[in-house]
Design a protein around this ligand. Sequence first.
Ligand code: FAD
Length: 511
Amino acid sequence: MAGSATPPNRIQKIVVVGGGSAGWMTAAALSRFLPSSFTKIELVESEEIGVIGVGEATLPTLHLFNQRLGINEQEFVRKTQGTFKLGIEFVNWGRVGNRFFHGFGDFGPLIDSVAPYQYWLKLHMAGDQTALSEYSVPSLMAELNRCAQPHPDPKSPFSAFLYAYQFDAALYARYLRDYAEQRGVKRTNAKIVDAKLRGENGFIESLVLDNGECIEGDLFIDCSGFAGLLIEKTLKTSYEDWTHWLPCDRAWAVPCESISPLTPYTRSTAHDAGWQWRIPLQHRIGNGYVYCSRFIDDNAAAKTLLDNLDGKVLAEPRMLRFTTGRRKKLWNKNCVAIGLASGFIEPLESTTISLIQNGIGRLIEYFPDRNFDPVLESEYNRHSIMEIERIRDFIILHYCATSRDDSELWRYCREMPLPDSLNYKMEVFRARGRPVIYESDGFKEASWIAIYNGLGVIPKTYDPLVERYSVDEIRRMLIEKRTILRRGVETMPTHEQFISQYFHTDPGGMA
Ligand SMILES: Cc1cc2nc3c(=O)[nH]c(=O)nc-3n(C[C@H](O)[C@H](O)[C@H](O)COP(=O)(O)OP(=O)(O)OC[C@H]3O[C@@H](n4cnc5c(N)ncnc54)[C@H](O)[C@@H]3O)c2cc1C
């Protein structure tokens, strides 16, 4: 944009409210794409209120965000005490004693235009007990505690996986703050006590701070977390509550000391009234118990968490309360809500940071001028709502497809009425093992298959095209595939070796 003629109605000042991951991701990205000569950016945060401080596991899409911001991966991993995440291990989901892996990768290329899962299904129906995860590179890497970059040759079976990061949320926000401030973002540490609206159209005009100062702006980005300071308290946008589908509403979070080996994945262990996360970082393990307060009291939930840690506790457990759902509009007048201010599904598949990233991308795509054409707002909302509802259905699947009936939460989840959209998807899958994927579905075929299969949802039959091969032919084919994969993975470095080889040196000093 630098050097081009200045559009007459351009947004001259953006005010970002909040300095958590959402606020600093937004400020960093906007400062990268809107030079300060074009638009001034100011971020207001209150150190006294602080940030939520969880949100440490991500999805592979974060690569794209980092790439677009020109972030150096080695520096990023070092400065955030980052580790690598190949997927999520689910323990006791589906049934007690069950264990499966949702890896960031597929189950291999199509065989005669048919998904390899269909061949596995035919073999499985013929009595073969080999786990589907034997054909997933990231699952094998997780099992053997290995880590590597995907192979650069797209024909290699070791090219078809992705990785995400796990990092310290406070260090992440600090890292992005440095990035944004270097690009001209002004930071103000103060508490916002009021917001003034323009009489003629109800747009936000300015924010009043506790030190008496007033901050004016054209566009306000609400990253104030669960407070929803502008989108809800000021603009009264209202909230769609999803507690009837996603009943967990509280979490205890606590860090503990690291143990060896350093595993390259997040673990989610289902308990009676919710589930526990375990996110290994370089310097500690992040843990939390997400639970439904209808089915367990807070003290019992804290005890469950503390009784199930791998290392010595490093801080007092903190409790977080939330209501799953979304704002009716994520963009309302001259305010766009990003992060927890826009809604919250729940952290089971670590989706919020990815939603933040997509919200920022969409805002840049539909970036308004001071006329705020309502069609931009409406398209932003249509697309964002579609995206968040598709993720919602994927998360509900983890709960509703369970066979567990050993506690109130799981009995409730088995019986609860589902969104029509999810009912339809499950019906199609049960018929023939074909996941239904729509536009903006964040999770693709392999992810849905991993969860259906992990929870024990087996379709009625397989793709008839698979019949061209006999059971013995398929068995030979699949044995060869899984032998190649396992042998290849066995040659990879361990997660710890991978980090110390590539990420402990200064970026400037790398070969
Ligand atoms: C239990 C739990 C686990 C989670 N795990 C994950 C995960 O693994 N992966 C993932 O992607 N996401 C996860 N999330 C979501 C993740 O925490 C958020 O995406 C992320 O931290 C961004 O939060 P935020 O910036 O929207 O809000 P916050 O971090 O709460 O920041 C809000 C900001 O607004 C400021 N503020 C609020 N009110 C005022 C005021 N009046 N004046 C001035 N400033 C104000 C605060 O000071 C703060 O700076 C999890 C969430 C929860 C609840």
